[in-house]
Design a protein around this ligand. Structure first.
Ligand SMILES: NC(=O)c1ccc[n+]([C@@H]2O[C@H](COP(=O)([O-])OP(=O)(O)OC[C@H]3O[C@@H](n4cnc5c(N)ncnc54)[C@H](OP(=O)(O)O)[C@@H]3O)[C@@H](O)[C@H]2O)c1
Length: 205
């Protein structure tokens, strides 16, 4: 699979750190253009290369690490997203109140999905603060977990597999209207950082 991280801020950089750590190739882009990212990409090493967003969108898996209100700008760059998995790492937040944006009860990833005609949307990587998402997920006591939700089981499996390759333990929660709601900002699982304990590390009863 080919990967692109759109957004090079706190979450995009955390993800690029994990791709580097696991030696999985990805491109990364931002709004200012590839030239602004050359130094950062060099610091990440050979796994991460800087790209213009329009070119990054050629990847099979596109991770949105951008503000929720920028999603439309990226979605408009193509008319047809068939064959692609778009991973929604955004949180729909109303600023400066820092409360969930009022979407009339719609899961935020459904709002994202409606803008990416033909794509399979998977919600992932949005529940951990960037500083935690950056940390080594393979710990001595187990692996940090990442929640995964989406309406297409095959896409959920592919992203769960990526999550595993990055050293996390995936927890697949079902569809956007189920797991997606739990994961999104204001949902029950937002900002929960779980560790899947190694069996040998379980406390004795
Ligand atoms: N920060 C966290 O702890 C955290 C945790 C969970 C989820 N999230 C969510 O993750 C998303 C990203 O948050 P963040 O904290 O990483 O934000 P951030 O630090 O402000 O970075 C946002 C990035 O998005 C890029 N961007 C904005 N519009 C774009 C466009 N149209 N095309 C390409 N790139 C664009 C920006 O480009 P430039 O650099 O060129 O401006 C920047 O690199 C948000 O939806 C946020 O709610 C954040």
């Amino acid at each position: 699979m080919s990967y692109a991280i759109i957004g090079s801020g706190a979450i995009g950089s955390a993800l690029a750190t994990q791709f580097t750590r696991s030696k999985i190739k990805t491109v990364i882009s931002n709004r200012r253009g590839a030239a602004s990212l050359e130094d950062a990409a060099q610091a990440f090493g050979t796994s991460v290369s800087a790209a213009e967003t329009a070119d990054a969108l050629d990847a099979e898996v596109i991770i949105l690490a951008i503000p929720f209100d920028s999603v439309g700008e990226v979605a408009k760059l193509r008319h047809d997203w068939s064959g692609k998995i778009v991973v929604d790492a955004t949180n729909a937040i109303e600023f400066p109140a820092f409360k969930p944006l009022d979407l009339g009860g719609r899961p935020s990833s459904q709002v994202v999905a409606a803008q990416f005609n033909g794509a399979k949307i998977v919600k992932a990587f949005n529940t951990l603060p960037a500083a935690v998402l950056t940390e080594e997920p393979r710990r001595s006591d187990g692996n940090r977990t990442i929640f995964v939700a989406g309406d297409h089981a095959d896409a959920n499996e592919q992203i769960a597999s990526l999550v595993t390759s990055l050293g996390f333990s995936p927890i697949t929660l079902g569809k956007l209207a189920e797991g997606g709601l739990l994961q999104q900002f204001g949902g029950a699982l937002a900002i929960h950082s779980l560790i899947k304990q190694r069996q040998g590390k379980l406390p004795h009863a």
